[in-house]
Design a binder for this molecule. Structure first.
Ligand code: FE
Ligand code: CA
Length: 531
């Protein structure tokens, strides 16, 4: 795919569509009156997330012009909010007000508590006379309930310049109970440009808080993305591009001395734009607790992981660089270092505790990148293989430790969900991928990896070669963009790989490429429909 599909500057039609998505559009004279006249303050829509049985986070950000941070005055604004049992707001159940402060980009995070479990709610915000679009959200079931089904959409990787957010329109139409977003919500750079032909370089890279905020505002101006947020609560984690390509802990690919400052700016912008239940860190955004746990009654426990902030530096980078590399295992000693970690010690211990204490039928590891080993050459011996170092293949000892933890915990039906690699995969995870499945080397968990909402990938022929070389990977499709729709019941998980016809067409249709199932009591991936 070449060239940007959409300009950085939004065209008038899209802006109008975003603005009129709001119900009861009225200008507010008290905020954002400019030479061009008063503007709608909810240009980025609304969102909800982090659902508990009695509470959900409601989000908005006051911004009158998505492309101009100065369009909203640098004053604290009081925003009112309402939660109702119906979309006409006849049965109001909660209301209140919150301050949208310039220090947090006028973002609003309301923890709407006192709600009843396992219910749809509708919410909206008001500023002056302006009323936000209405969002639908849902509380988690009561802790001891066994719901008959959870419908979950899984998405990741939405580089603006690679296509339209049609996948989000389809997610909104599917009206799932919950959306899990697994990272690369923004990309830190804009379009590629042929500045030094034939080499394409990244332009408009974000380094400062103002730049990251501008990028979120650009992405969130999209009406289809806003619709997916209005359709269901989201649980979110991040990957690298919310900050910088291939970063690991406090090291980026440039080995920049001031990377900690950049990372803190990016973490703050992420917090400001996501429906996260997190206290504003008193010491600033140098660190941000991202791993989280959500229970959907006794049906599912989501262990939401952060495999970026706490990971060890990448193994065997190119000389003088950080960032990823593709290496032969036998030539990279660091791959065998048991000290290296993907999650960090504290998160590993937290995960072990969350797994061993889980009463859930399904234990979902919602995390960033492909966990199944994916060697670029046939693996003849345990020391063998050629690996991309940014994924779990760059942390094989940590992966083995995690799979051991999962197996030892006794947690029922572990299931790994992944993003990052812009490819649909279905795989079976085992402790040692280089040895056949046996009593001593059983399949421990199934893995489903979603493709990207827009971000480009490699040719399908190369992906098929990888599937053929790695027998634990049962399916791979890199030539289609889209998302996954999962139906979890007490008996089984059904995963449908939903693919767009053409990501460059805003009105593109979708179709199901393939469907897989995992049944209670066995991690084997069952192929239900061949794509
Ligand atoms: Fe990505
Ligand atoms: Ca990534």
């Amino acid at each position: 795919m070449t060239g940007p599909r959409r300009a950085f500057l939004l065209d008038a039609a899209r802006l109008t569509a975003a603005a009129t998505a709001g119900l009861g559009f009225t200008a507010s004279a008290s905020a954002g009156t400019s030479a061009a006249g008063p503007a709608y303050p909810f240009s980025l829509g609304v969102a909800s997330g982090s659902p508990l049985p009695d509470a959900v986070i409601l989000w908005t950000r006051i911004l009158h012009d998505p492309l101009n941070a100065a369009s909203t005055p640098a004053l604290a604004l009081t925003v009112r909010w309402e939660v109702a049992e119906d979309d006409a707001f006849r049965k109001l159940v909660r209301k209140g007000s919150a301050v949208a402060a310039p220090a947090l980009a006028h973002s609003v995070h309301v923890d709407a508590t006192g709600l009843r479990p396992d219910r749809d709610y509708w919410y909206r915000f008001m500023l002056g006379d302006a009323v936000s679009p209405v969002g639908r959200t849902r509380t988690a079931p009561a802790p001891d309930a066994m719901p008959s089904m959870l419908r979950l959409a899984v998405a990741s990787c939405q580089h603006w310049e690679f296509g339209h957010y049609a996948a989000h329109r389809h997610i909104a139409q599917a009206a799932p109970d919950l959306v899990a977003f697994l990272g690369d919500y923004i990309y830190e750079w804009g379009p590629y440009q042929l500045r030094h032909p034939p080499r394409a370089v990244r332009v408009d890279e974000s380094f400062t808080l103002a730049q990251y905020r501008a990028r979120y505002a650009q992405y969130k101006s999209d009406p289809d993305l806003q619709a997916a947020h209005r359709a269901a609560p989201w649980i979110v984690t991040w990957d690298d591009h919310e900050v910088a390509n291939d970063y690991a802990g406090d090291v980026d690919e440039r080995l920049a001395a001031d990377f900690a400052t950049r990372r803190a700016a990016a973490y703050q912008a992420f917090y400001e734009h996501m429906p996260l239940r997190l206290p504003v860190p008193k010491a600033g955004f140098g660190e941000l607790r991202m791993h989280q746990r959500y229970d959907w009654g006794r049906l599912a426990r989501f262990h939401v992981l952060d495999d970026r902030q706490h990971r060890s530096p990448l193994a065997c980078p190119k000389p003088g660089r950080g960032g990823s590399n593709v290496v032969l295992a036998r030539a990279c000693e660091a791959l065998r270092d048991p000290q290296r970690s993907m999650l960090g010690g504290a998160q590993e211990a937290w995960l072990a505790q969350g797994l061993s204490s889980s009463k859930a039928r399904w234990n979902i590891l919602a995390q960033q990148t492909l966990m199944a080993q994916s060697s670029g050459v046939p693996v003849q011996s345990p020391e063998d293989g050629r690996f991309w170092t940014d994924g779990w293949d760059g942390y094989p000892a940590a992966r083995r430790r995690l799979l051991d933890t999962v197996a030892k915990s006794g947690a029922r039906n572990p299931l790994v969900l992944s993003g990052d690699v812009h490819t649909f995969y279905a795989a079976e995870l085992r402790r040692d991928f280089n040895r056949p499945v046996s009593k001593a080397n059983p399949v421990i968990a199934a893995e489903f990896c979603g493709t990207s909402i827009t971000s480009s990938s490699r040719a399908q022929a190369r992906t098929q070669e990888n599937v053929d070389r790695n027998p634990h990977i049962l399916y791979g499709r890199s030539d289609r963009r889209g998302y996954m729709l999962l139906e979890l019941t007490p008996q089984a998980v059904q995963a449908r790989f939903m693919a767009l016809d053409e990501v460059r067409e805003p009105g593109t249709k979708q179709s199901m490429l393939a469907a897989f199932a995992v049944e209670d009591g066995s991690p084997a991936v069952l192929h239900r429909q061949k794509g």
